[in-house]
Design a protein around this ligand. Sequence first.
Ligand code: FE2
Length: 366
Amino acid sequence: MRILIVDDDPDIRTLLGFHLKKLGHSVLAAADGYSALNKILQFIPDIVLLDIEMPGINGIETLKRIRTFDALKNTPVIMISAHCEQKYIIDTIKEGASDYILKPFNMGLLLGKINTWINSLLKESWKGFEPQQTQALNIGKSLVELSSKLIENGKPPSYSDTHIATKVLIDAVDRYGNLFIYSALDDGEDSLFVHTLKSASLLYLFAIKIGFNEQECFDMTMGGLLYDIGKALVPFALTFKPGKLEDGELVEIRKHVSYGVEFLQREPNMPSVVLDMCRGHHERPDGSGYPNGLRDADVTTPMRMAAITDTYSALTIKKVYRAAYTSNEAFNIILDSEKAFDKDLVRNFITPVAFDKTKNSPHFYI
Ligand SMILES: [Fe+2]
């Protein structure tokens, strides 16, 4: 992605530029509004990070002028400012800003917001897919975002909405295989829906391969959409922290498991296997997992399968602290960790589940 940073503070330009380039983005920096406007049409950024208090024209005037260019009418512009008055922020959004971050900002929070905006652009590229594929991607993305909002507001994810999203996803994977999910999300930044859609589509094929019945395959796909939903309650500042996590921060991130279980069990129709996968996707048969250090038979097959797809999906997504691994690298990492994972399941996962390109599978949905 092309990202334009406009800020008169050279330290901010340097620091932001460093992290964004490390994430593979093309970065152009400008020290004020005029120089940004002079460069912007040669660069055509996908996202603009715009300071407000700058010499010459300020950020709000710069924003107004950016919006006069047809090519930049809908470009996400994230304002970064020390002005914290609510009215000021609302007025800035009314002027066309997409988002607003207060200075001094937390780098993880800003990188998380940038990821969210980059991923909002993905939908444009999905228009080139088959309608059924686009529908599965859009509904899956909306479901994860809606579920996240619900639990942020203290409510459990909706069973009926999740049921619809699961069915639409399964229909599309039955017809087209699961690789369209991967190509649609290839340019996606690290975010819950990217991870979740990859995991759920893999879990569906994995469950078929292992021999679960139709209902079980359906429920496990639903589990793939929801087992990490507790991450919605983990602050971006931690999830996207570019540096090493402190012990306390790691504990906080790991709480996403108990957050997820707490909310999923409030939905009376939620299948028990979905709860099981949420509770156990970080447990490992050798006892090295969390949160309960379960081992052996206490780590159920759906938990073990969720652990494998969760790890595979996470490894193939770019993180703030490392590049994305290729499929082969991710497989090798999982294989080298055979002690922690269920080695029989891993062997079943390697082929043909993840490479099941256009298999004419029967319809397994209900
Ligand atoms: Fe997780």
